[in-house]
Ligand binder design. Structure first.
Ligand code: MG
Length: 168
């Protein structure tokens, strides 16, 4: 059985993961509108991954005989000044997610909740990847500046992203 503290923290995390899915889908819509289909696809796949993160926590709470409580989501931003800004906002969001996962881990250590610690190991590794991939795209856009040809190349590269559902 989960403690109330851990259960509340994970329910909050479920909301944050669904918000991330919502945010990245909003970013995908922005890229569709900006005629950058590769970036749009990348963000759409990212959104799907975030939904899977939410469901992983959802299943965990149920597996521990806890109670999932879904919460309302804020309106995500819809307008951005540039592709670079989109990925900077995505990285900032991932850094907040990392901090909150670390916070749940600290609670689990304090309460000697070993199953929660083990479950969070997957997320701790995943956050390293999430921050790394957003940072890499930011560097690409910084190098490209406002050179149209370079932006098209980056868009093509991001469009080659595969669905990562199978490798976890
Ligand atoms: Mg996530």
């Amino acid at each position: 059985m989960l403690s109330q503290t851990i259960q509340d923290a994970i329910n909050e995390q479920i909301k944050d993961e669904f918000y991330a899915a919502h945010l990245y889908l909003s970013m995908s819509a922005y890229f569709e509108d900006a005629n950058l289909p590769g970036c749009a696809k990348w963000m759409r796949l990212q959104s799907e991954e975030e939904r899977e993160h939410a469901m992983r926590f959802f299943d965990y709470v149920n597996d521990r005989n806890g109670r999932v409580i879904l919460k309302g989501l804020d309106q995500p931003p819809t307008e951005f000044s540039s592709p670079l800004e989109v990925f900077e906002k995505a990285l900032a969001h991932e850094q907040r997610v990392t901090a909150s996962i670390n916070n749940i881990y600290a609670l689990a250590v304090k309460e000697n909740d070993y199953p929660t610690q083990v479950m969070l190991h997957w997320f701790i590794e995943e956050q390293v990847e999430e921050e790394k991939s957003a940072s890499e795209v930011i560097e690409l856009f910084k190098m490209a500046g406002d050179k149209g040809h370079a932006l098209i190349m980056i868009d093509r590269q991001l469009g080659s992203r595969k669905d990562e559902e199978d490798d976890d």
